[in-house]
Design a protein. Sequence first.
Length: 438
Amino acid sequence: MSNPDTDHVNIHINKPDVRLADDDVSRVLDALRKQTAAWEQHKGPARIGDKALIEYTITSNGRVIADTFGNPAEHELLSNPGPDDFLSAKLPGLRCGERFEFTVRRTKRRESDSRRPAPGKYSVHIAGIMRRNEQKSRQALAALFGRKTIRPDTLLREIRETMLARLDILIRRDVKHQLFNALYARIADNAGSQHPDKTVDHAQYRASVADQIRDFIQENDVNLDYSRVENIISALASRAEDPESIEKKYQDDIELQFRVEAAVLEDQIVELMLDRASVESTPVQYQAFIPAATNSTPHNPGNESHRSSIIEISSATKCGYCSNSKCCQYITQKISAPRSKSDFSFLLWQVSHENITIFKDDDGWNLMVRTRCTHLQPEGQCGIYESRPEICRSYKNDYCEFEGPAEEGYELCFHDYPELLEYCQKRFKRWNEYLASQ
Ligand code: SF4
Ligand code: SF4
């Protein structure tokens, strides 16, 4: 019978189906162009597209109501100035140093007129004209994409790809929040407490969801996919000036490593839970989705975008996220290094038995028996924790089987008869004759 707290089949998720239109990509391109524009002083007359540095004084009924006090303000000369953009309409054709005046008449203001210039007499001095240097601007834009030059179609394609990659992250995050909220809501329902869309304690929310994740890991035998951890670290390193130093930093700093592991494990859980949840696709426009998805509302515990992961891996918590307490599932016994055919023949006999592995690591040859410790409790705790043997006490969990099977570091490893036989046949030219003579 399924456990109502951990049965994820009945969770309902609205997965946003975000439509990325060409206009969305063009808008980002415009913003990047603005951001990377290289401006230079221009001595000639101003034209549309230039920026004017203007100093002005506004007087009303003979009283100064605004003054730039010699700190010029930038004004872009727009190709389609609104009816109230007096400056864009008057500046074209004027040069640095010129002055002009105009009056903004008082009209009945509506709320939507809040950006309309204040009424009064404007006295304007053009302190400078700035013009975009198109070549330098193009180079600066290309440099953003790590290139010296970039073709317009490549630029649009790369922007689209970057936007899609970001969308993917935000959609995953959105789905994750929905899932975790649903998990919490279920617990809250059972406990008669508040739902996550009401004000609840963050710590309570995180602890409760983390508990369910732990149960899910144990019930479904979820193992950390360490290759994903390595891929993330490589991707982070590849963006740095000195990739090797970043990789080394992650190797040396166990806390950093744990943080990436927590994020990967959480992603794995979300993917598995999603497979079992009922998922509905909801179409949504990019422009509507992005602000909602990136908004961090710290009072809503379901919105954890300002946090890293619900799972927090540390030396103290790691074993709770380890499915089946892997290091308590086997014993090893050091054995003499086999040299002769007879030695290997003996190992062939041993490895022919169930649950036996023979391996060689930095310390020499070992026989491993895969057998669960009788003290290991169903929930993963040690039944004799206070009096556990010395080898268990001294075992460090910084890098252990949680990150991947120990055999990844073995020089040689034989799980069964055929594997060891193949090795013997390669090592001893006359192996088959030897066997036949016995
Ligand atoms: S020490 Fe490592 S392998 Fe052992 S239970 Fe903890 S996390 Fe799992
Ligand atoms: S004694 Fe405890 S810590 Fe040691 S192997 Fe058994 S269950 Fe694990």
